[in-house]
Design a protein around this ligand. Structure first.
Ligand SMILES: CC(=O)N[C@H]1[C@@H](OP(=O)(O)OP(=O)(O)OC[C@H]2O[C@@H](n3ccc(=O)[nH]c3=O)[C@H](O)[C@@H]2O)O[C@H](CO)[C@@H](O)[C@@H]1O
Ligand SMILES: C=C(OP(=O)(O)O)C(=O)O
Length: 421
């Protein structure tokens, strides 16, 4: 088991480059199943989650060539239509192969993902969408089986703008007969990136990035070359890293529009942000002010930045109220931040954070990916040393995190647990 050790207190300085987006590359890789011809992806981050989805695709018959930030995928024929528990339990996004498998073969058998540390995370909206397109859905032995003679376009209203359901249904609908209209669709930038990729394969999708997506089914798709968008959550995490350490950092390779909800809150908290050609410069030299946050689907404040913002608020001046509306249980980081001296009280879906002057290093554990990121941020600002365990969560979503943060002056290292004794 490995740990991350951080000695806090260094203001971060320099520039740091953001990698391709985890939440964009995962559905795009699933979409590569929709064609018999070759797809090439550029700006692919080297992450544990990308490894998991590649294993799922290989299990289904894909040939994948890995290069430096590139993946070349070809699936001339499928050898299976089943995504087993072994993979899905490691990463829920494995469920995203259901739409492409249904579209390509009319059959899919996927292990039920189950809940995780941040909530129960049902998949009812994905399944309602597949059923509306004509699939017969059955449950048994922990698996969901979907089968359809032919998928036929339909009008589908999502009760909630679920990111995964929007992506999965969009991928099922691209090869369906006729038109699908997806209403109350998720508007996240990753949906737009997936739609752009599918359109470059020959799909006919309009309206991605708005609440209504129209998909005209086509006969077949062909492989394409596509560069994955930069990761707005990784970028937001580095913006907070600069702010919490009172640093001066240029965060490069950003699509500024994608960061607007996070930038607005950072500015409200007193952080100086300057938009540059391919990045955002963060300068923070006074104490951060406490501000209130409410997570919402895009273009609202992202739930995937909630934990990191809480770390910032924990060291801010005054009180802030952080309300989580997207997931019902995304406050696992609170007890770990409290071990570092944070003053936080949970009341239902809100966390009331009373900023403290100094956070102190402690032994803590990452409970999920963004909880882990929040602990890193708190540790960078804290006095003394912090040891973070269960760092496999962090490896899911941050490429070369240690090296990148060392590059801007953080005192951070990764060690084998036994090396500590
Ligand atoms: C791989 C990926 O892209 N993950 C992101 C994706 O997750 P994911 O696609 O799982 O998130 P959703 O948007 O689907 O979930 C949002 C909410 O809808 C609920 N829900 C979802 C589907 C469903 O069928 N029924 C249902 O009730 C969920 O339990 C949750 O409370 O969007 C989330 C919300 O921005 C992000 O936090 C995740 O980082
Ligand atoms: C919740 C996240 O990812 P996933 O949906 O893959 O669990 C995340 O990226 O913060």
């Amino acid at each position: 088991m490995e740990k991350i050790i951080i000695t806090g207190g260094n203001p971060l300085h320099g520039s740091i480059r953001v990698s391709g987006a985890k939440n964009a590359v995962l559905p795009i890789l699933a979409a590569a199943l929709l064609t018999t011809t070759t797809t090439k992806l550029l700006d692919v981050p080297n992450l544990a989650d990308v490894g998991v989805i590649c294993s799922v695709l290989e299990e289904l018959g894909a040939h994948i060539e890995k290069g430096e930030s590139t993946l070349t995928i070809s699936v001339p024929y499928l050898t299976s239509v089943e995504a087993p528990y072994e993979h899905v339990r490691k990463m829920r996004a494995s469920f995203l192969v259901m739409g492409p498998l249904l579209a390509r073969t009319g059959r899919a058998r996927i292990s039920l993902p189950g809940g995780c540390a941040i909530g129960t995370r049902p998949i009812d909206l994905h399944l309602k969408g597949f059923a509306a397109l004509g699939a017969d859905i059955r449950y048994g032995a922990g698996y969901i089986e979907a089968a359809a003679e032919e998928l036929v376009g339909a009008k589908i209203y999502l009760d909630f703008p679920s990111v995964g359901a929007t992506e999965n249904i969009m991928m099922a609908a691209v090869l369906a007969q006729g038109q699908t209209i997806l209403e109350n669709a998720a508007e996240e930038p990753e949906i737009v990136d997936l739609a752009n990729f599918l359109n470059s394969m020959g799909a006919k999708i309009k309206g991605a990035g708005t609440k209504v997506i129209r998909i005209d089914g086509v006969e077949e798709l062909t492989g394409a070359t596509h560069a994955v968008i930069p990761d707005r959550i990784e970028a937001g995490t580095y913006l907070v890293a600069a702010a919490i350490t009172k640093g001066d950092v240029l965060v490069e390779n950003i699509i500024i529009d994608h960061l607007k909800p996070v930038m607005a809150k950072l500015k409200e908290a007193g952080v100086e942000l300057t938009e540059e050609d391919n990045g955002i410069r963060v300068i923070s030299n006074s104490r951060i002010r406490g501000v209130d946050i409410k997570t919402l689907p895009y273009p609202g404040f992202p739930t995937d930045m909630q934990a990191q913002f809480m770390a910032l608020m924990a060291a801010a001046e005054g009180t802030s109220i952080i309300t989580e509306t997207v997931f019902e249980n995304r406050f696992m980081h609170v007890s770990e931040l409290k071990r570092m001296g944070a003053k936080i009280k949970i009341e239902g879906r809100a966390a009331i954070v009373q900023g403290v002057k100094t956070l102190t290093g402690a032994e803590v554990k990452a409970t999920d990916l963004r909880a882990g990121a929040a602990l890193i941020l708190a540790a960078l600002a804290a006095t003394g040393e912090t040891e973070i365990g269960n760092i496999y969560h962090i490896d899911r979503g941050y490429e070369r995190l240690i090296e990148k943060l060392q590059g801007i002056g953080a005192n951070i290292k990764r060690v084998e647990e036994c090396a500590l004794v």
